[in-house]
Design a protein around this ligand. Structure first.
Ligand SMILES: Nc1ncnc2c1ncn2[C@@H]1O[C@H](COP(=O)(O)OP(=O)(O)OP(=O)(O)O)[C@@H](O)[C@H]1O
Ligand SMILES: [Mg+2]
Length: 325
């Protein structure tokens, strides 16, 4: 696939992509955009959100979360890993008897398990992701060609991705240790699984991203396949050089008077200086990140929550310019 915006051509050849980054930087938007894009191009894609995060459901207009994969549009499904359901599924699968589960795990006992065992809920989450990414269809091929996880923000995301290794070390032997080892091997297999880091071009997100890059490779031992700088302010259309900008300012002043011109240009100046600052952060990321960077423009939003991911998807595919011509 020939992708725009500097995304590596092999990005969507992975089976599992985990989108993470600081809170509010655009993780859900990017995950949804990747889903829409790949489904349109003919891949069977599963979007996964975790725990009580319902932003993906919201983007696609669902009121509630669903543990069962739900169809969004051709080739695209969504599910939310509800921890209680994952525990029930695991126990029923192991014990093979729903009644036993009901007896022991329903309500308070289950709640006790989830609260008492540190990392159990995270282990159930990655367990479910691993399970879905390795599901086989009736014909024998993978049920989903690509699973995309809208992962929690940085800190939680890291502990989630590390929990399988920790569980394997703690349990050492037995079925849980074996499963945890299998999950960890899958997450750290760079042919199958990759991280996508999203950031804004602002001080804190950039600092956190540089740290996360280091943690991803050194600590998690996972491949970062893409680093995406989101919401880059577009150039003011048609104006590239300083002289053109100054010309336009003089022209406006002559046509509409100083007051109107100043009011208008204060907004333009702000947008330009913001973009200038963003480009400095981009450069900092480039220097310290040590990998190819992709940028996504800031899209003006309309009412429909799916509009940002759709625009991002079109932009990645090269169907729109996002104001950068
Ligand atoms: N390129 C973009 N242009 C314009 N708006 C965007 C863009 N990317 C994301 N947004 C908007 O920014 C807001 C935050 O994005 P999003 O919800 O995807 O972030 P997040 O990282 O998933 O946040 P959280 O950490 O809360 O889960 C949303 O309103 C989204 O529509
Ligand atoms: Mg989100």
């Amino acid at each position: 696939m020939n992708l725009k915006v500097g995304l590596p051509a092999t990005l969507f050849d992975h089976r599992l992509l985990i989108v993470t980054g600081k809170g509010g930087v655009g993780k859900s938007t990017v995950a949804a955009a990747f889903g829409l894009l790949n489904a349109r191009l003919g891949k069977k894609v599963l979007l996964v959100s975790l725990r009580e995060d319902d932003s993906l459901a919201e983007i696609f207009g669902f009121r509630d979360l669903s543990y069962q994969p739900r169809s969004i549009e051709p080739n695209l499904w969504i599910l939310n890993v509800i921890v209680e359901e994952a525990l029930r599924e695991y126990v029923v699968e192991k014990v093979k008897f729903e009644q036993v589960y009901k007896l022991f795990f329903e309500n308070r006992v289950m709640q006790f398990f989830l609260e008492a065992a540190p990392g159990l809920d995270e282990l159930l989450c990655v367990g479910k992701i691993h399970y879905m990414a390795n599901l086989v269809s009736r014909k024998g091929g993978p049920k989903y060609d690509l699973v995309i996880v809208d992962a929690p923000a940085t800190g939680h995301g890291v502990s989630l991705l590390k929990v399988a290794r920790t569980a394997a070390q703690v349990a050492r032997v037995g079925p849980i240790a074996a499963k945890a080892r299998e999950i960890d091997a899958f997450l750290t297999d760079s042919n199958q699984t990759a991280l996508v880091l999203v950031t804004l071009l602002e001080e804190l997100p950039v600092t956190e991203t540089i740290e996360l890059l280091k943690v991803s490779t050194d600590d998690l031992q996972m491949k970062v396949a893409a680093l995406i700088a989101n919401k880059l302010f577009p150039l003011i259309r048609g104006i590239r050089a300083e002289e053109e900008y100054a010309d336009l300012r003089r022209f406006m002043e002559k046509k509409r008077g100083k007051e109107v011109s100043e009011a208008l240009f204060s907004v333009c100046d702000f947008a330009r200086s913001w973009r200038g600052r963003q480009l400095e952060y981009l450069e900092q990321l480039r220097r310290k990140g040590g990998m190819t960077l992709s940028t996504l423009p800031f899209f003006m939003r309309d009412q429909d929550p799916v509009s940002s991911p759709r625009r991002v998807a079109e932009y990645i595919e090269g169907l729109s310019t996002g104001g950068e011509e």
